[in-house]
Design a protein around this ligand. Structure first.
Ligand code: SAM
Length: 256
């Protein structure tokens, strides 16, 4: 799937074998994107002009930590969408984990959460971010509620959930949105994601799988003006400034 990425250097030899990533010795790499171990943790980097700064997962600083402190707690849209607004704390699966930003917000509000990511290189960043956060006094307590899994949730969600012994009340989905607009490429991190993850064209299959395992609701994050995923119509919609959440309530909970 990710021909454009290699794990580079001796420290990543085992990781590459475990995740089925191509591996090259230090200095040999010809691929556009490289996973490298740095003193600040695992990083995904490529030519800066095309891909911007190296990408790492850091739950202890920057945007993620800021969002935890000032993001609005249980009043923020994602918390309302996932049903955390009324003092309830559901168990959640984030089946499109990415860099784990949304999942970290949910875990910081008290939710136990299983993060599933199918792109091995992105999963590796996530796993490394969780490992490093365990050494941070504040973040450790939060990441203790997060578990990460590498797999394709559209094809094996039920298996992954059983394997990790979770019975998710809520499944959170944030698939890539296939932007046609070239200006979307301006954001370099997004460019990396597009090259590695594609457009998530199978998102409606993922919705079906999520509806099969969630006991309460499936929550789909969409750009504000994007159409809903193909499939059943959402039961509720929560609109924010730039994004919205489509909510699919489990049939047993719908009023007759
Ligand atoms: C838009 S990003 C999610 C960003 C994430 N919400 C965050 O806060 O960092 C979408 C991610 O979902 C992953 N993904 C899409 N479909 C998936 C599937 N069927 N199973 C597992 N991961 C999937 C993609 O590889 C990509 O990393």
């Amino acid at each position: 799937m990710n021909e454009s990425v290699v794990a580079m250097g001796e420290p990543l030899r085992d990781l590459a074998a475990r995740l089925g990533l191509p591996w090259q010795a230090e200095g040999d790499a010809t691929a556009a994107l490289r996973l490298v171990m740095t003193p600040e943790g695992l990083a995904l980097s490529g030519e800066a002009r095309r891909y911007g700064a190296p990408i790492r997962v850091d739950f202890t600083a920057g945007k993620v930590a800021h969002r935890r402190r000032f993001g609005g707690g249980r009043g923020q849209l994602i918390a309302k969408a996932c049903g955390l607004a009324h003092g309830v704390t559901p168990s959640i699966v984030d089946a499109t984990a990415g860099l784990g930003r949304d999942a970290f917000v949910l875990a910081s509000l008290g939710a136990e959460i299983l993060l599933i990511e199918r792109v091995a290189a992105i999963y590796a960043l996530l796993e490394d971010g969780v490992r490093r956060a365990r050494a941070d006094e504040e973040a450790a307590e939060i990441v203790a509620r997060m578990r990460v899994a590498n797999g394709d949730a559209a094809r094996e969600l039920a298996t992954l959930v059983a394997l990790h012994d979770v019975a998710p009340q809520v499944v959170h989905l944030d698939p890539m949105f296939p932007h046609r607009d070239k200006s979307a490429l301006v954001k370099k991190e997004m460019r990396v994601f597009r090259e590695l993850a594609g457009d998530d064209d199978d998102a409606s299959r993922l919705l079906e799988a999520a509806l099969d395992v969630a006991t309460h609701r499936v929550v789909v994050k969409r750009p504000r003006r994007a159409p809903p995923l193909e499939g059943p119509a959402p039961d509720h919609v929560l609109e924010g400034k730039t994004s919205r959440y489509d909510l699919y309530v489990h049939r047993s909970l719908k009023s007759a």
